[in-house]
Design a protein around this ligand. Structure first.
Ligand code: C2E
Ligand code: MG
Ligand code: MG
Ligand code: MG
Length: 281
């Protein structure tokens, strides 16, 4: 059983159409059980503000799935399946409650985490009660809208559905901040930057990773930095892996940095020690 399931997981990348379809179905069946069986969890990656002295800007919640046979299944594999199958809706409700509960716990523990960013799929915005769910989760745990940041991609911004627009509008009116994830990889139509309530841009990690090798990546990064600055938006650079990248970015202006150089995404229980060790408490 275990062997054949592992084989299924790997076959997602198989060239054979039938095998792929079967592997996809096996993944969906397993994912359906993941939530009730408690196999989902969240890890949190610190985001550091590099304006003057390093300070904690916030953390990003990243979903993790540990399957008893397959081990850790990467989100890039299971999130698309969750979206196509509709399982994403239950997972998003769980995510919202888990994030708010964790943030409230940190507050009770006296841990200074200014904000928690979470990722929302475009599909989640098709649910007409998304905004209500978020408000209810905040209320349930005694949090303010400013405690959360909603990371979305350009596909949400470009979605012509009125239900998506209504969710965005209502969440904005409630005081929630949107962050545009993977910025620079999507439609690159910039008109929505002033039409829609975006407080933060996240420069995609592909730019950060090419900084030292590619003059084009450096030029594009500089233009995104000045775009963010002139529009008055926070800029987060994700995927920061080397000291060289950090030094170059910091020499160009102020921004928020996030990446393995500082920390991998951590289980909640490991965050206090990490903050302490880095003088960020
Ligand atoms: P994302 O939101 O753009 O998250 C950044 C990804 O980069 C994360 O991968 C993170 O672990 C990884 N990362 C962080 N620092 C570094 C670094 O220095 N180098 C490299 N190479 N990677 C780094 P992860 O956790 O595998 O998540 C992948 C994607 O899955 C996320 O991209 C997001 O689109 C999606 N995802 C994760 N959690 C959730 C969730 O709760 N809900 C939804 N809808 N999507 C999620
Ligand atoms: Mg993200
Ligand atoms: Mg990203
Ligand atoms: Mg991504």
């Amino acid at each position: 059983q275990a062997k054949s399931e592992t084989r299924h997981s790997l076959l997602l990348f198989s060239a054979d159409m039938n095998q792929r379809t079967e592997a996809r179905a096996a993944l969906e069946r397993a994912l359906r059980q993941a939530l009730p069986l408690g196999q989902l969890s969240l890890h949190y990656q610190p985001q550091l503000d590099c304006a003057e002295a390093l300070s904690l800007h916030g953390v990003e919640a990243l979903m993790r799935w540990q399957h008893p046979q397959w081990g850790w299944v990467p989100p890039d594999q299971f999130i698309p399946v969750a979206e196509e199958s509709g399982l994403i809706h239950a997972m998003t409700r769980w995510l919202l409650d888990e994030c708010c509960q964790q943030m409230a716990q940190w507050r009770r523990d006296g841990l200074r985490v200014p904000r928690l960013a979470l990722n929302l799929s475009a599909r989640s915005f098709h649910q007409n009660d998304l905004a209500q769910h978020i408000e209810a989760a905040l209320q349930r745990h005694g949090l303010a809208p400013q405690d959360l940041v909603l990371e979305i991609t350009e596909s949400v911004m470009m979605d012509p559905r009125s239900v998506t627009a209504a969710n965005i509008k209502r969440l904005h009116q409630q005081g929630l901040v949107f962050s545009l994830d993977d910025f620079g990889t999507g439609y690159s139509s910039l008109s929505y930057l002033h039409r829609l309530p975006i407080g933060e841009l996240k420069l995609d990690k592909s730019f950060v990773q090419d900084l030292s090798a590619s003059p084009t990546a450096r030029a594009l990064t500089l233009s995104v930095m000045s775009l963010a600055q002139s529009l008055g938006k926070t800029l987060v650079a994700e995927g920061l892996e080397t000291r060289e990248q950090q030094d170059w970015l910091q020499s160009q202006g102020s921004l928020v940095l996030q990446g393995y150089l500082f920390s991998r995404p951590l289980p909640a229980a490991a965050l206090p020690a990490w903050l302490q060790a880095n003088g960020l408490t």
